[in-house]
Design a protein around this ligand. Structure first.
Ligand SMILES: Cc1ncc(C[n+]2csc(CCOP(=O)(O)OP(=O)(O)O)c2C)c(N)n1
Ligand code: SF4
Ligand SMILES: [Mg+2]
Length: 215
């Protein structure tokens, strides 16, 4: 499908101005770009792990989001959206809802690589029909630039200060993309139970007689 930037820019912004992100922050630009992928007639449910994005765009009773937005904690954006998407599917099946709804979760690198990793992993492994967007600014910015597992090697943060004793962050950046690809892929074929077969069957074979229990 071709992407026409001029046409995309005609679409109405689904994140309004007047939020409290720093002027020039890349994150609202990223959010608007993602939301432009929606068809104008589509409805969306959005959530965000606690982060600069969440606390600056959704301070009750104000919201910059024109779509339904769910407040959740740092740890559970993946789980929140999994639940909403499952409810939507159930309602659709029972004929209680006609429109098309899309489900989008945002998370910073802290909320994605570290604290929300478990719920993201579960959502991807179960294959929910949702989009998860990590806006990766490579540290916990909202609370004062602490290191996350996405912070690059040797970076100077408040918890990994660069100096004579410590040369910044000691660990490499975690490769989340590889982990997600491995998580969301269908299970690779299991090796055959027969040790004599030189090939891997596409499905695991069940032995005709169950192996003896070791106890
Ligand atoms: C369980 C929990 N621990 C800590 C916090 C405090 N906290 C709020 S935002 C934040 C940093 C978020 O970092 P990141 O996810 O990278 O988003 P950014 O602020 O960089 O956009 C922290 C530590 C919290 N809200 N909940
Ligand atoms: S501190 Fe937060 S709002 Fe400000 S530029 Fe960084 S990520 Fe954006
Ligand atoms: Mg961050």
């Amino acid at each position: 499908m071709s992407y026409n930037l001029k046409e995309e820019l005609q679409k109405e912004d689904r994140l309004s101005g007047g939020h409290r992100m720093c002027a020039g922050c890349g994150s609202p630009i990223a959010v608007r770009t993602v939301l432009r992928a929606l068809n104008p007639e589509d409805h969306a449910v959005v959530c965000s792990a606690t982060s600069c994005l969440e606390v600056s765009t959704f301070m009750y009773p104000y919201t910059a989001w024109k779509d339904s937005f769910i407040h959740n904690a740092f740890e559970n954006a993946g789980a929140t959206m999994s639940g909403v998407e499952t409810a939507y599917k159930a309602m659709k099946k029972r004929g209680k809802i006609d429109e098309t709804w899309k489900f989008i979760a945002f998370g910073g690198d802290g909320g994605t690589y570290d604290i929300g990793f478990q719920s993201l992993s579960g959502a991807m492994e179960r294959g929910h029909d949702m989009v998860y967007v990590c806006y990766d600014n490579e540290a916990y910015m909202n609370t004062g630039i602490q290191r996350s597992s996405s912070t690059p090697h040797f970076a100077d943060t408040t918890t990994t200060p660069y100096g004579v004793a410590v040369p910044g962050k000691l660990q490499q950046k975690k490769n989340l993309t590889k982990i997600m690809v491995a998580t969301a892929s269908p299970m690779p074929p299991r090796p055959p139970l027969s040790a004599t077969s030189p090939t891997f069957p596409t499905r695991p074979t069940r032995p005709s007689t169950p192996p003896a229990r070791p106890f």
